[in-house]
Structures are given as C-alpha cells and as structure tokens.
Design a protein around this ligand. Structure first.
Ligand code: ACO
Length: 332
C-alpha cells in the first residue's frame, strides 16, 4: 500500500431535499401502478420533487451551507469543489462552477463527476487522493440529483423509482492524532453495459431535435432487471476488496451505507456480506433513489440523529450508470 503523507476525514455533512412530497398513492393516479407493487418491489413509499425553478446547484447550495457549518470551517477555507451528478444545471459549464459562484468563491478547481449513482463515492475517492497528497485541505463534495426532470412520466418502470435531493460533505485533512479518517476506497467500471441505463439524446451522439424530443430520447432509459443482477455482485466485490486489503472482518464494521436503489438489493448485499441488519442504514422509503445523493443524504441523517458517532467504522458501497461501482471505508 502507498504511504500517505496526510489523512482525509469527513469533517461535516449536510443535506437538502425539496418540500414537495410525491407518494406512491399520488403515482397510482398518474400511471398504471400501485402502492403495493412499489413498496414490495422497491421499499419506496414517497419521494421529493424539485420545483420548476430549482436546479441541481440550488439544492447543492442548501446542503453545502449545512455541511460547512457542521465542519466548523469558513466558506473561504474550501479549496476544491467536486459535484457528483448526472442531472446538472446545464450540460456545461459544470454545476461545481455554478455552485462556486453561489458560495462567493473562486480561484481553485471545481468540477463535476458523472458516475451515476456511484458519483459521490467516485468524488470522495478523488478528494481523498488530493488531501492525502497534501495538495488541498478542505474539499466540498456533493452528490446531487434532480432525476424527476429526466424521467419519462409515462414509463411506470422508471418514473416511480427516482426522487430529488442533495447531500454535501466537507472532506478535510485530518490531524495526526485524529482517529477520524478515510481508510480505503475502491472504484471501478464495466463499460460493456453502458447502454443498460442511459439518457440517449442531448449529447454529441444524438443532439437535440424535434425527433429526439418526440421519441422521449432525453429521458431515462433503464433495463432495471439486468442492472439488478450486477448491483449486488459489484457492490459485494467493492466491499470485499477494501475489507480484505485492510485485514478487516465484516463484524468489525459498525455501519453499512449502500446506495438506496432498491430494498431488495440492500437486503441481498447485507445477507451476502453477512452483516447484522441493524447495522444497515436505510432511508429509501422516504426519498426513493436520489442517485448520487443517496449516500451523503443517508450519512447526514445518521450523523445528525447520532446513530453514527465519532470513531464508528463505516463501510459504504454503490453502483450505477456506466456501469460503475465503488466502496469507501472510513472511521467517522
Ligand atoms: N407498477 C406496476 N408494475 C410494474 C411497474 C410499476 N411501477 N414497473 C414494472 N412493472 C411490471 C413490469 O411491467 C413487469 O410486468 P410483466 O411481468 O407483466 O412483464 C413486472 O412488473 C416485473 O418487472 P421487472 O422489471 O422484472 O421488475 P423487477 O422486480 O426487476 O423490479 C426494478 C424492477 C424495481 C426496476 C428493479 O429491477 C430494480 O430496482 N433494478 C435496479 C435499478 C437500479 O438500481 N438502477 C441503477 C441505479 S440508477 C442510476 O445510476 C441513475
């Protein structure tokens, strides 16, 4: 293993979800579905919906302010911003640059990461490298998504699954004596399956046209049941790698936070890892799948409710469009 010059830690968390709640019963009135189907097949009961005026940077800003306060740093101490999202304000410039302006900052790197639901883990992994190399001290890492503006509201197989929200984390250099620190992280991708979850139009392959809009090519296309099979396997592998590399048994893990895409996937991973289900953090019933935001939102809720405490060993795992996957092992 490489010797690290410095250590990274999570010094503050924050989250923001829009006020509007859309329940499974509301969805029953919109498409041919039922509360029973959604709940039993996914574990979801309701999700938050951004307003017409809200874009990814707006949600990010609200979450960021809370994380900065929790980290007890001044906004101007941030020296890098990474935003994980596949529903940015605009295809370009990056949402990170827009957020930098909203925070009244400039003069340091700000960029987006598009790794689907694994986005926040990818972004945290990158922040970890920059901190460990001693290049930066406080990275604002956001997972944000407004996928309800990208779903096809007449496709019942996808429109019931997603919700909007933002989770923010400040990843800072840890003091030498600090027990809080990132221990390890693994990220990966299998591009052979890139077309299982895709927004087909709006890029250089299929630019926007009358036909692309009429053919619903700007909305989310997903072969959910094929992804399902990869999800458990890839998250399990990502967890196994970091546990083995650090000679840790799963029983030493205090909390497991996985991507919140489907309760059946979360349960299957927990079972495969053989972790006590009381240690698995779940909030899918309230927010559904907020993609890159699920893990930082779940982390913030668990920290603020004092479920996760200083010194706890936390394992995180995710998978998503790409197909990407990754894990993060840290002591809070
Ligand atoms: N209401 C009622 N019936 C439905 C609905 C709905 N909302 N959606 C699908 N169905 C029907 C289907 O039409 C099908 O009917 P049929 O048997 O008559 O053909 C039946 O339910 C079963 O459909 P499946 O797709 O096989 O259902 P499955 O049990 O696989 O659940 C789901 C679907 C929830 C999408 C699941 O496959 C899943 O969670 N997959 C993973 C999704 C995911 O995690 N994506 C990656 C992250 S997202 C990101 O990166 C942005």
């Amino acid at each position: 293993m490489l010797t690290k010059e410095y250590h990274a830690k999570i010094s503050g968390t924050g989250m923001y979800v829009p006020d509007k709640i859309l329940t499974n019963y509301d969805l029953e009135k919109m498409v041919d579905t039922s509360d029973e189907w959604i709940k039993s097949r996914t574990g979801m009961s309701e999700r938050r919906i951004a307003s017409k005026e809200q874009a990814a940077s707006d949600l990010s800003y609200e979450a960021a302010v809370k994380a900065i306060e929790a980290a007890r740093i001044k906004t101007k101490e941030i020296d890098m911003i990474i935003v994980a999202t596949i529903s940015p304000d605009h295809p370009f410039p990056s949402t990170a640059c827009i957020l930098q302006k909203k925070l009244g900052l400039k003069g340091f790197p700000a960029f987006d990461i598009a790794a689907g639901c694994t986005g926040w883990i990818y972004a945290a992994n990158i922040a970890k490298q920059y901190i460990e190399n001693g290049i930066v001290s406080n990275v604002l890492v956001i997972g944000v998504e407004i996928l309800t503006k990208l779903v096809n509201w007449s496709d019942r197989s996808t429109c019931v699954l997603f919700g909007d929200g933002a989770g923010a984390t400040i990843i800072s250099r840890a003091d030498e004596k600090d027990i809080s620190r990132f221990i390890d992280s693994e990220i990966s991708a299998d591009g052979t399956h890139y077309d299982l979850l895709i927004q087909n139009a709006g890029g250089s392959r299929i630019p926007a046209s009358k036909e692309s809009v009429e053919g619903n090519l700007h909305t989310i296309y997903m072969e959910g049941n094929k992804i399902f099979k990869h999800a458990v396997k890839s998250m399990y592998q990502a967890c196994e790698v970091v546990l083995k590399r650090n000679h840790l048994d799963v029983h030493s893990i205090d909390w497991l936070i996985t991507h919140q895409a489907n309760m059946r996937i979360i349960n299957a991973l927990g079972k495969k890892l053989n972790i006590d289900e009381k240690k698995v953090i779940v909030n899918i019933e309230k927010y559904a799948n907020t993609s890159a935001a699920t893990i930082p939102i779940a982390l913030d809720e668990a920290v603020r409710s004092k479920k996760i405490r200083h010194g706890d060993l936390v394992l995180m795992a995710s998978f998503g469009a790409g197909l990407t996957s990754g894990s993060l092992l840290l002591r809070m």
